[in-house]
Design a protein. Structure first.
Length: 227
């Protein structure tokens, strides 16, 4: 089962964060025979915040390459906390699902996912349909005044498009495995931690915190003998 873990960022401005998280993520990939990919820049768009849509096009690239395995997307400020997490066993148990998502916790709505950590099983037809629809929705908003704004409008972007998709296609949500924040996509997760912008709005402080957190992961691993 081929697995790809990928991240992206807008460019030099956010690369300090990606450089920090990539240390843990690349080591995890090396340890578990997972391919690691990263991209700096914009796949489609005008302003730095449009990099949030990179994940759509990186998923499509994997599909076009004929990748039928799992694609694990981590935001630039997300990193593997447990370097020995048995990822192949985990994905093997949910091979019948189209993907893995985590609810944001902001509301009780079933569709309110946070796509900062999002897995797709690209051998599943629902996953392919979701990626294609995600891209179609993105391309339809190219002329939207909010999309053309230099500043990132509130509640507008890749995550919002994903949430709208799930509202309109409940059957797609039913094909997902919904994971707990205690496992991934939170600052306290046991597997993949995500240092959310909302928790530390000051960019420099967030970079400093992420570097420190990743260094603690790497140091703990060294003390335990690594793998």
């Amino acid at each position: 089962m081929k697995i790809v873990l990928f991240q992206s960022c807008d460019g030099p401005g956010f690369s300090t964060v990606l450089d920090a998280t990539a240390r843990a993520n690349e080591e995890f990939c090396r340890r578990h025979d997972v391919d690691y990919r990263s991209f700096m820049g914009l796949k489609r768009g005008l302003w730095p915040w449009h990099a949030c849509f990179n994940r759509l096009y990186m998923l499509k690239e994997l599909i076009d390459e004929g990748h039928k395995g799992w694609a694990l997307h981590l935001d630039g400020d997300a990193y593997v906390y447990d370097l020995n997490f048995p990822i192949k066993d985990y994905l093997g148990r949910i091979a019948h699902n189209a993907g893995v998502a985590v609810l944001s916790g902001a509301t009780n709505a079933y569709w309110d996912v946070n796509d900062g950590v999002l897995f797709f099983n690209l051998g599943h037809p629902t996953a392919i349909a979701m990626v294609n629809e995600w891209i179609n929705r993105h391309e339809k908003i190219f002329s939207d005044p909010q999309f053309l704004s230099r500043q990132w409008p509130a509640d507008f972007g890749d995550q919002r498009q994903m949430q709208l998709m799930l509202q309109e296609h409940r059957e797609w949500y039913d094909d997902l495995h919904i994971e707990s924040q205690s496992v991934m996509n939170s600052m306290h997760a046991s597997f993949i931690r995500h240092h959310l912008r909302a928790m530390t709005p000051d960019f420099s402080k967030r970079v400093e915190s992420i570097r420190r957190e990743v260094e603690e992961v790497m140091e703990k691993d060294r003390l335990l003998g690594g793998a």
